[in-house]
Design a protein around this ligand. Sequence first.
Ligand SMILES: [Zn+2]
Length: 280
Amino acid sequence: MKHNFFEHLNKEEYEILANKGTEAPFTGEYNDHYEPGFFVCRACSNKLYESKTKFNSGCGWPSFDDEIEGAIVRYEDNSLGRRRTEICCSKCDGHLGHVFHGEKITEKDTRHCVNSLSIKFVPYKNLQIATFGAGCFWKVQYVFSQLLGVYDTQSGYMGGDSINPSYEEVCKGNTNHAEVVQVAYNPKEVSFKDLLTTFWDNHNPTTLNRQGNDIGTQYRSAIFYHSDSQKKIAIEHKNDIQNKFNSPIVTEIIAKEKFYRAEEYHQQYISKNNLGLCDV
Ligand SMILES: [Zn+2]
């Protein structure tokens, strides 16, 4: 009965889901994929993983640190002379990959190592994206991730001159990238204006290229708008709140550029390291 789910698969997909094969590392379409949405089983469409649990383990396969409840079954696997835990789809029993613990990459200390060919990405339809620079992205990501209606946050770099910048390069201050947080939000639950309020309340928008002891263009206050509507709202909101500050607001309001996701150890940094906000 379960094999009905496998009938529509192509040869490569069948080899993995039905015959427990493994795709070559760094070849899968989802290895380096961080859009907001969820992943379903390619054989039976069972919902398996939320995109916010996806992280970059560097192993060459899509990595998740949590599953959707009830979506995954586990089997002991002693093949290849190793003791591993195989993970399969709970609905069709299709092979997904293996799960590992104790690597301490994310807060949950779990890595579901999954073949791209076993899964299919489904984007969230009603989410919008906003991008903010407000000093060190550790705190900014934490603050936005706590908001109702925010479905994904990622720390990264935007607005500079180099391609694929590293944290070290950005820190030197000569790539001109800003440390930013990209927020995927449902406008029916949290408006862009609500996000702006959180943005203004959690940094000082009147100090040019500086937040407290952090000095440099990477710490500049910036709103990278994704639409004309965001641009208009941001400019209006900035004018509305200017009278709350003694000095002029220096926040840049500019069109979004390419977002470069920061290294994994910067993602959810505060939660991962059990830091209270006062420690930052
Ligand atoms: Zn399935």
